[in-house]
Design a protein around this ligand. Structure first.
Ligand code: HGA
Length: 611
C-alpha cells in the first residue's frame, strides 16, 4: 500500500526521504517518487516504477538536494502503475502533492478543473487534488488556508502531504481516512503514513486525528481539527523495543500479535470505507469492471487462510448471493477442475509465497477463470505480482508461526470483498452495506473488548492441561471459526483437536465424548442458537465437559460440567471475527501451561514455500 514520507529541516533531506520509503517497502507498492525544493530554489521530482532502489539509482544519477521534500510509494488504484501516474503530482512547477487513498468524486472535479484551464498529465484521482489546491491558492494565498478550503471539496479518503515552492518553509498535511503521523525532531520535523518510516530520525511522534490539517515547519507544528479549531495532539515517545520485530512487554510474539488485532484491523479498513459503502477501487483500478462480471467465486488457500476462505463462503452466499466454492490449494492444484463461467479466482495467503497456493494460481490461469484476486499480507510477494487484483491485509510482520492477526485481517478483507461484489452486482439487500460499514468501523473497539477476556480465558485454559483430545463445535459461519480454533490448539499445544459442525455430532463424533474430552463451542446469539443448545445437551448427557463462548445475551449459564464465557454482543455477520479472539487466547494459554515453544512450534514453518 502507499506510503508517505515528508521532511522539513536544515540539512539535506533527500536520503531521509529515501530511507523512509525503504522502511515502508514491506507494504507493497508499484512505483515510487519524491519531490524536493532544491537549493537552487526549484521544485524538482524523480519518479520510477518498481522498487525504491530504482528511485535511489535515479536520484544518484541525477542528484537533488534540499531542505524540504515529500516522497511516496504508490499502489495504483486509479491509472496504471506508470511513471507519469507515480506521485508526487504537480500543478505547474510550484506545487506538489502526494496522496494515500481514493478520491471518489475525482471525475467531477477533473471536468471542473479542465473547464478552468488545467491540463492533466496522469490518470490518477490524486492529480485533481493538486490542481484544486492551486486554484484555491488564487483566492486564499496561504497554503494552510487553501488546503483547509480545498479538502472540503474532496469525497473519499486521503492522507496528503503538500509542498509549495512559493512557501518553502513549511510542509502541509491533511488526514481523512488514511493515517498520518508527525515525527518531531530538534530544529527539524517530519511526516509519514507510518511512524516506522521515521524511526531513523526521531522517537517522538504526534498522530493526526481524522479531519486534522497540519502545518509543519522546522521549529513549529500547528494543527487544526475538522472544525478548523487549533488543537494540540499528544506527543508519544517510543523507546527501543517498540519495533515490530520485538516482543515488547509480551512473553511471546503470538500474544503480542493477538493483542495487535484492533490496530491492524483498523489499518486494514483505513482508506477503504466510504461514508456508507466500501470503496471498490481499493481492490485495484480494474476491480469495478471485473467485479461486474463475476457470477461465481472460487477461493483457494491453505491452513488458517483456508479457514478464512470458508467463512467468506458463508458471507458471499448469504449476503451477496454469489455462489462460492472453497478448496485447499494442495488438492485444487492436482485435481481436474471444472470452472463455471465468470468465476473469480481468489487466493489467500499471509506470505504470498505459499507454494501450493501459488501453484494453484498458476494452474488457474490455464483454466478459464474470469480473473484472479490475491488477499495477502506481503505486497512484494509472488502471489500479488501474479494476480490481476490485490487486496493487502495490513497485519504488519507476523512472527509467531501460528497465524493470528493475519487471519482476522483476512476476514476483514473478505468482508470488504463480499460487500464490493454485492455492491457492484446489486445483489445486497437494502441497507446491508451501510449497516455493515458502520459495524466495521466499530470492529476495532469490539475486538478490544474481546481481548479484555484474556484473564478469564487464561483461567479456563487450566481445564485442558491434562487433556489429550478436544472437540470444537460451531454452526454456520462459526463452523470455520471452530476449525481455526482447533487448528490453533493443535499447532501450539499439540493437543489433538477436531472441529465439527455441531449438527454432525450425532452422526459419529459423539461416540468419542466422555469426561476426558472437553468440547469447546462458539455460540453467538443467532437463529441457530436453540439448535446449538440441543447439541450441547447431547454432549452433557454423555458426561462431556463443555466450554461455551456465548453471546452475553444468549441466556446460557454455568452449570455442572458447563463453563460459559460471555462474549460481547456483535452483529451476527461479524461474529466470526470477534469469536476468533477468545479461541486464539485459549490455545495460547493452554500451550503456555503445557510449556511448548509457542512461537515456533515443532515441525512447522512460517511461510510454507515448499510443497
Ligand atoms: N489513488 C491514488 C493513491 C492510491 C493509494 O493510496 N494506494 O494505496 C493513486 O491511484 O495513485
Amino acid at each position: 500500500m502507499c506510503g508517505i514520507v515528508g521532511a522539513v529541516a536544515e540539512r539535506n533531506i533527500t536520503t531521509i526521504l529515501i530511507e523512509g520509503l525503504k522502511r515502508l517497502e514491506y507494504r507493497g507498492y508499484d512505483s515510487a517518487g519524491l519531490a524536493v525544493f532544491t537549493q537552487q530554489g526549484n521544485l524538482e521530482r524523480r519518479r520510477r516504477i518498481g522498487k525504491v532502489s530504482e528511485l535511489e539509482t535515479a536520484v544518484a544519477a541525477e542528484p537533488l538536494a534540499g531542505n524540504l521534500g515529500i516522497a511516496h510509494t504508490r499502489w495504483a488504484t486509479h491509472g496504471a502503475p506508470t511513471e507519469h501516474n507515480a506521485h508526487p503530482h504537480f500543478s505547474g512547477h510550484e506545487l506538489a502533492v502526494v496522496h494515500n487513498g481514493i478520491i471518489e468524486n475525482h471525475e467531477e472535479l477533473r471536468e471542473k478543473l479542465k473547464g478552468l484551464g488545467y491540463s492533466f498529465s496522469s490518470e490518477t484521482d490524486t492529480e485533481v487534488i493538486v490542481h484544486l489546491l492551486d486554484h484555491t491558492l488564487k483566492t486564499l494565498p496561504d497554503l494552510a488556508d487553501a488546503l483547509k478550503a480545498a479538502v472540503k471539496q474532496l469525497h473519499g479518503a486521503y492522507g496528503l502531504a503538500v509542498i509549495s515552492a512559493k512557501q518553502p518553509d513549511r510542509l502541509l498535511a491533511a488526514r481523512s481516512g488514511s493515517p498520518l503521523v508527525i515525527g518531531l525532531g530538534h530544529g527539524e520535523n517530519f511526516l509519514a503514513s507510518d511512524q516506522l518510516a521515521l524511526r531513523q530520525v526521531t522517537d517522538r511522534f504526534m498522530y493526526l486525528e481524522e479531519g486534522d490539517i497540519a502545518e509543519i515547519r522546522r521549529d513549529q507544528v500547528t494543527i487544526w481539527d475538522v472544525a478548523g479549531t487549533q488543537v494540540q495532539r499528544e506527543t508519544v515517545q517510543y523507546h527501543e523495543g517498540a519495533e515490530a520485530a520485538d516482543k515488547g512487554a509480551y512473553r511471546h510474539f503470538m500474544l503480542k500479535e493477538i493483542h495487535e488485532q484492533p490496530t491492524v484491523v483498523q489499518r486494514t479498513l483505513e482508506g477503504r470505507l466510504g461514508k456508507d459503502h466500501v470503496m471498490v477501487q481499493a481492490f485495484g483500478p480494474q476491480a469495478a469492471e471485473l467485479f461486474a462480471k463475476v457470477r461465481n467465486v472460487q477461493i483457494v488457500a491453505c491452513g488458517t487462510s483456508y479457514h478464512a476462505g470458508m467463512v467468506a463462503r458463508y458471507w458471499l452466499e448469504s449476503l451477496a448471493g454469489i455462489p462460492c466454492q472453497v478448496e485447499v490449494a494442495s488438492e485444487f492444484r492436482y485435481r481436474k477442475v471444472v470452472v463455471q463461467p465468470d468465476t473469480l479466482f481468489v487466493s489467500i495467503s499471509q506470505s504470498g509465497e505459499t507454494a501450493d497456493t501459488l501453484a494453484a494460481l498458476r494452474n488457474a490461469k490455464e483454466l478459464g477463470f474470469l480473473g484472479s484476486l490475491a488477499i495477502c499480507n506481503v505486497g512484494i510477494s509472488s502471489l500479488v505480482r501474479e494476480s490481476d487484483l490485490t487486496l493487502l491485509t495490513q497485519a504488519g510482520p507476523e512472527i509467531g508461526v501460528a497465524s493470528t492477526k493475519a487471519f482476522t485481517t483476512q476476514l476483514v478483507s473478505l468482508m470488504l470483498l463480499t460487500l464490493s461484489l454485492g455492491q457492484v452486482r446489486g445483489t445486497l439487500a437494502a441497507g446491508v452495506e451501510a449497516e455493515l460499514v458502520e459495524e466495521l468501523r466499530r470492529l476495532p473497539t469490539r475486538l478490544g473488548e474481546a481481548l479484555a477476556m484474556d484473564a478469564i480465558v487464561e483461567k479456563t485454559a487450566e481445564l485442558f492441561a491434562d487433556k489429550h483430545h478436544t472437540l470444537f463445535l460451531g454452526r454456520g459461519a462459526q463452523f470455520p471459526v471452530a476449525m481455526e480454533g482447533a487448528l490453533k490448539l493443535k499447532e501450539i499445544s499439540y493437543i489433538h483437536a477436531e472441529a465439527y459442525p455441531a449438527g454432525e455430532l450425532k452422526h459419529g463424533p459423539l461416540a468419542l465424548v466422555d469426561s476426558d474430552m472437553p468440547v469447546v463451542t462458539v455460540a453467538p446469539n443467532n437463529e441457530l442458537l436453540e439448535k446449538l443448545k440441543s447439541n450441547l445437551q447431547e454432549v452433557r448427557a454423555r458426561g462431556g465437559e463443555l466450554i461455551v463462548f456465548a453471546d452475553e445475551a444468549a441466556g446460557m449459564s454455568n452449570g455442572e460440567g458447563t463453563h460459559v464465557i460471555a462474549v460481547p454482543h456483535i452483529i451476527d455477520a461479524l461474529a466470526p471475527i470477534l469469536y476468533t479472539i477468545p479461541l486464539q487466547l485459549l490455545s495460547y494459554y493452554v500451550a503456555v501451561l503445557k510449556g511448548t515453544d509457542v512461537d515456533q512450534p515443532r515441525n512447522l514453518a512460517k511461510s510454507v514455500t515448499v510443497e
